[in-house]
Design a protein around this ligand. Structure first.
Ligand code: CMP
Length: 141
């Protein structure tokens, strides 16, 4: 079943006190929260999580930012979750994000874009597994 995705409320959004507003967007969009926790990644953890971007020109900026403060990591459930979450958050660059999306409302730049969403079902499973054990994923139905 392709009904799970992984989300991060990034350090900029947590620092700006948008966590509650973004939780409301998650629930209003019909996602079930299977697991959630606050983490402050080390630089090494951020480099591991974003290892697919190793060597790209923005890698150092990205990993330094993601380890600069606490963020919320979440495992979300909904039918067609990866696409549904990407629709809810909007384009990676907030200047391209459409009205009503999380990034349109809460992101400030391409680097500090408020939230992360998995780009495929396979990566969603890997990313959920990076932060959560099986026992932490609460299945309610
Ligand atoms: P995210 O969805 O977390 O996945 C990778 C992140 O890299 C992306 O959001 C952006 O925040 C960031 N990113 C992508 N392209 C660039 C870029 N050109 N410069 C800086 N950051 C980028």
């Amino acid at each position: 079943m392709r009904n799970k995705t992984f989300a991060i409320i990034k350090p900029d959004a947590v620092k700006n006190k948008y966590t509650g507003k973004i939780y409301d967007r998650i629930l209003d969009a019909g996602f079930e929260i299977l697991a959630a926790k606050k983490v402050h990644m080390t630089l090494e953890q951020a480099e591991g999580f974003y290892s697919v971007h190793t060597g790209k020109p923005f890698f150092a900026e990205l990993t330094e930012f993601m380890s600069s403060g606490p963020c919320m990591v979440l495992a979300l459930k909904k039918e067609n979750a990866v696409d549904a979450w990407r629709e809810t958050i909007g384009a990676t660059n907030p200047s391209d994000a459409t009205d009503g999306t999380i990034r349109k409302d809460y992101a400030t730049s391409l680097g500090q874009n408020a939230v992360h969403g998995s780009d495929s079902h396979e990566n969603a499973i890997l990313e959920i597994g990076f932060f959560f054990s099986q026992a932490e994923l609460i299945q309610t139905q």
